[in-house]
Design a protein around this ligand. Structure first.
Ligand code: A1D88
Ligand code: NDP
Length: 447
């Protein structure tokens, strides 16, 4: 049984669920990994100088055992998220600690504690097998997967699964991720693949679309409403390109922060009008690495008021972290909200707390999304309300270069990776719906 036989079955319009269930599984497959014995390879280097192309490998790995409530999925396409960049430069810590800790949980989770980590937190593909207890999905189903892995034995996760004490990000804090020909997921990660998209277009939104949905739209996040002024950092990037779409589709007013005219044009093409080029306008929120400059916060706030007819920000969509957080708190209106899901520029945030308490502002920590939020975000894609922001597609062999490009902020929107798919453009089932949205689908392509 080879990967090619699986691909032939996926490409054949006559394949039935029984055909896929009858396909013998390969003993091994190709996967993108980092290695446990290389976690010190970048010691002493600046973050910027750590090169994912050196730590990312394409290995032939054995097929993992399938457990209860799980599914093996043939991955046609995946994407590079920033968490794979962090994994590949072993920052803020190596992910092998996560795998060891998960491996201590049970006989079944021991499978994850290996000398290699198969990374990747997005996929679009076809179910090959399901484990005992799975009834909602069958071999042959065309799916995407969100990246929340939970055990759900504790009551803590039954109101909001992101609060499960054993909540993990698949392909980051667990093994057998999506940057591979086959992936192992829990069946409660699976969602229907939008039928008007190619495999790579369907795989790209996943992680960032679900995260932006919780952080901005869900009542577990900012609970955005029509008319809100929403400040979006990196508004044409992975998270930002979906936050901008949610703000526009939800009747809010995005104020898009980008770092180039080209990125500003991308935001305009999405329908945004209020745009701040942080490079062109030269904001320096820090005088030195320990001292912020409130005058720059004020200059930034004045600029925002120029763009909003004198109003301040209702919701800040935060993820750059240390560099921008002081300004983010300052420019938020009285009673407004700052939601944060990351700290790309540094975890130790510093802000003037007078502007928080005297103006009754809220800071909300947000992380990925629960199954319902991921499902609702994927449904908006499937309905053609929100569109993939896929800019460039790499081969599995070039995943290291893809991660390098994301690390150096050389990309736009989302970066895709073909896994089993031999070429771009495959997997479209509803061509009529696709034709209606083709301009929006291609908005970020090859910019
Ligand atoms: C979907 C996409 C997502 C993204 O892209 S997010 C960006 C990428 N992610 C990251 O960069 C974050 C990566 N993760 C981390 O950096 C670390 O993962 C955390 C900082 C989140 C947590 O690190 P630490 O605190 O070291 O691990 P602990 O498991 O929370 O705790 C370690 C030990 O500390 C004990 N402890 C925890 N809280 C307390 C407390 N409040 N008082 C006393 N002890 C505490 C625990 O029990 C445990 O102990 P014991 O090691 O013995 O098991
Ligand atoms: N907790 C969670 O669930 C998730 C967390 N994340 C984290 O969020 C972060 C962003 O992810 P993602 O959007 O995919 O990454 P991208 O690199 O695709 O986009 C981030 C954008 O933010 C802007 N940016 C970066 N650094 C700064 C800075 N110092 N000041 C101002 N703007 C900055 C850049 O846009 P420009 O140059 O145009 O200003 C950049 O393109 C990562 O750290 C990632 O790990 C991502 C997804 C989920």
């Amino acid at each position: 049984m080879t990967v090619k036989d699986i691909l032939d079955a996926i490409q054949s319009p006559d394949s039935t669920s029984e055909d896929f269930a009858a396909l013998p599984l390969p003993e091994s497959y190709r996967a993108i990994t980092v290695h446990k014995d290389e976690t010190e390879m970048f010691a002493g280097l600046e973050t910027r100088d750590k090169d994912p192309r050196k730590s990312i490998h394409l290995d032939e790995v054995p097929l993992p055992e399938l457990g209860p409530g799980e599914a093996l999925v043939a991955v046609m396409a995946s994407s590079v998220n920033y968490n794979s960049v962090w994994t590949s430069i072993f920052e803020p810590l190596s992910t092998f600690g996560f795998l060891e800790r998960y491996g201590r949980l049970s006989e079944l989770t021991k499978r994850h504690d290996l000398p290699y980590h198969i990374i990747g937190s997005d996929l679009a593909g076809v179910v090959l097998r399901t484990g005992p207890g799975v009834n909602a999905w069958r071999p042959g189903d065309e799916v995407v997967a969100h990246c929340l892995s939970v055990e759900l034995e504790s009551s803590d996760g039954h109101n909001d699964t992101m609060l499960d004490p054993e909540q993990r990000i698949w392909g980051f804090e667990t093994n057998f991720g999506g940057l591979a020909e086959i992936a192992l997921v829990k069946s409660n990660q699976l969602m229907p693949k939008p039928d008007h998209l190619s495999w790579e277009e369907a795989a790209a939104p996943g992680l960032v679309n679900s995260t932006a949905y919780r952080q901005l739209v869900s009542r577990n996040g900012a609970g955005m409403k029509q008319g809100d002024n929403v400040l979006i950092w990196g508004a044409s990037g992975g998270l930002g390109s979906y936050a901008t779409q949610f703000a526009l589709a939800g009747g809010a007013n995005p104020i898009c922060v980008v770092s180039s005219e080209q990125k500003a044009d991308i935001c305009r093409s999405m329908g945004a009008e209020a745009i701040i080029d942080r490079n062109a306008e030269g904001y320096k929120f820090w005088k030195d690495e320990n001292t912020q400059d409130p005058k720059e916060w004020k200059r930034f706030g004045k600029r925002i008021r120029e763009l909003t007819g004198g109003e301040d920000i209702d919701i800040v969509f935060e993820h750059p972290g240390r560099e921008t957080f002081g300004a983010s708190v300052y420019v938020t209106r009285k009673g407004g909200t700052i939601t944060t899901c990351a700290s790309t520029s540094g975890y130790m945030h510093e802000y003037d707390n007078r502007y928080l308490w005297m103006s009754l502002k809220r800071i909300i920590g947000s992380h990925f999304a629960n199954y319902r939020e991921a499902w609702e975000a994927n449904r908006l894609i499937a309905k053609g309300k929100i569109h993939p922001t896929l800019s460039k597609v790499y081969s599995l062999e070039d995943t290291g270069q893809a991660a390098y490009d994301v690390h150096r902020n050389l990309h736009q929107g989302k970066v895709g990776v073909l896994c089993m798919a031999p070429e771009e453009g495959l997997g479209v089932r509803d061509h009529e719906k696709r034709a209606k949205h083709i301009d929006a689908i291609n908005r970020f392509r090859n910019i």
